[in-house]
Design a protein around this ligand. Structure first.
Ligand code: ACO
Length: 313
């Protein structure tokens, strides 16, 4: 089926931990409101000197170490991000430099907001399948410094997000199941930011909520249909970690126990493209994700965009 096998993972969180109670000291909000509406209890923000690149480099280093591979095996490096520190060089090229990846490695960033990691996995798989990459493995990351886009006086957005990076080392596995489903609904009102006229992230929270619970279950079913699998044949379900209530609604629509869906937004907030690989790394290191298991990953977010893929652990 020419899917992807996960060989190693790594994550890096920045140094400044901010709890809901910390926010309540400066904003008209509370732990009860934030945790009750979203599940989020704390998040990490970059401290002085920490950047999306520094987080990405460390996450990538840990993933290669976990995979037991040297940089010479890396044929391509793709970083999913919508908050790179600068327009150029790409985060992928900064990882390339810091880790000493081969000169023959293909390096680029992709921006599909919170769908970014899923989009990067499919991009990596197609490039590996194309047969032109110089190494057998791909380093695929999600890395974000969202704090740079937050208005810390706007309680409706700043409490939702966090910074972080996580990486996965993957290679083609002819036996691994694969299916990929993507979609986009161009909409520049629903969720936007980072421009001259709209420097801060702004969104229609309820609209994004409705969008997510409408599209993600359909996307998950489409991935399963394409792969000829049922939900029972998938061992792990990992959705983008924006809001626990969104995940519970998705589970309900699919007739599943919400406990089947991994959650870690409680600890990290919404880290956009980093949220799915952060979950994979936690699951792998805790032993929840075991060799040979099939994982379905589904992302959704700004754009609007959505996407789902399979992975073999
Ligand atoms: N603390 C206390 N009160 C708050 C806060 C806060 N932090 N934020 C908003 N409120 C208030 C509002 O002002 C409003 O007050 P009002 O009724 O007096 O006007 C009230 O709470 C209800 O506000 P809503 O926005 O209607 O609250 P809702 O239940 O919809 O929850 C939330 C808001 C959590 C944002 C929810 O809509 C949501 O999770 N949406 C999805 C957001 C999301 O996933 N975004 C990321 C997408 S990923 C990406 O691509 C970046």
């Amino acid at each position: 089926m020419n899917g992807l096998q996960l060989l190693g993972t790594g994550r890096c969180l920045p140094g400044r931990r901010v709890t809901n109670d910390d926010f309540a000291r400066t904003l008209d909000t509370s732990d009860e409101w934030i945790a009750g509406r979203t599940g989020i209890r704390q998040r990490y923000f970059c401290a002085e000197g920490e950047t999306a690149a520094s987080l990405a480099v460390e996450a990538a280093r840990r993933a290669l170490e976990d995979a037991g591979l040297g940089p010479e095996k890396v044929g391509l490096c793709i970083v999913a991000t919508f908050t790179a520190d600068r327009n150029t060089p790409s985060l992928a090229c900064q990882v390339h430099q810091a880790l000493g990846l081969p000169e023959t490695a293909f390096c680029l960033d992709v921006n599909a907001a919170c769908t970014g990691f899923v989009a990067a996995l499919e991009t990596a798989r197609c490039l590996l399948l194309g047969g032109q990459m110089a190494g057998p493995c791909a380093l695929v990351l999600g890395a974000e410094k969202i704090s740079g886009l937050l208005d810390f006086s706007d309680r409706s957005t700043c409490v939702l997000f966090g910074d972080g990076a996580a990486a996965a080392v993957v290679r083609l596995d002819p036996q691994a199941p694969w299916a990929a489903v993507f979609g986009a609904r161009g909409d520049s009102r629903m969720l936007h930011g980072g421009g001259k006229e709209d420097p801060y992230l702004a969104m229609d929270g309820r609209g994004v909520f409705r969008f997510a619970v409408e599209t993600v279950p359909v996307c998950i079913r489409a991935v399963l249909d394409k792969a000829g699998l049922t939900l029972d044949q998938v061992d792990q379900l990992v959705c983008h970690q924006a809001n626990s209530r969104i995940i519970h609604s998705i589970a309900k629509k699919l007739g599943q126990d919400p406990a089947r869906f991994y959650e870690n937004m409680q600890r990290y907030g919404n880290t956009s493209a980093a949220s799915i690989p952060l979950a994979l790394d936690e699951m792998r290191r805790s032993g929840q994700l075991q060799a040979g298991q099939t994982v379905l990953c589904a992302g959704f977010g700004a754009g609007l965009t959505w996407g789902g893929v399979l992975l073999r652990a």
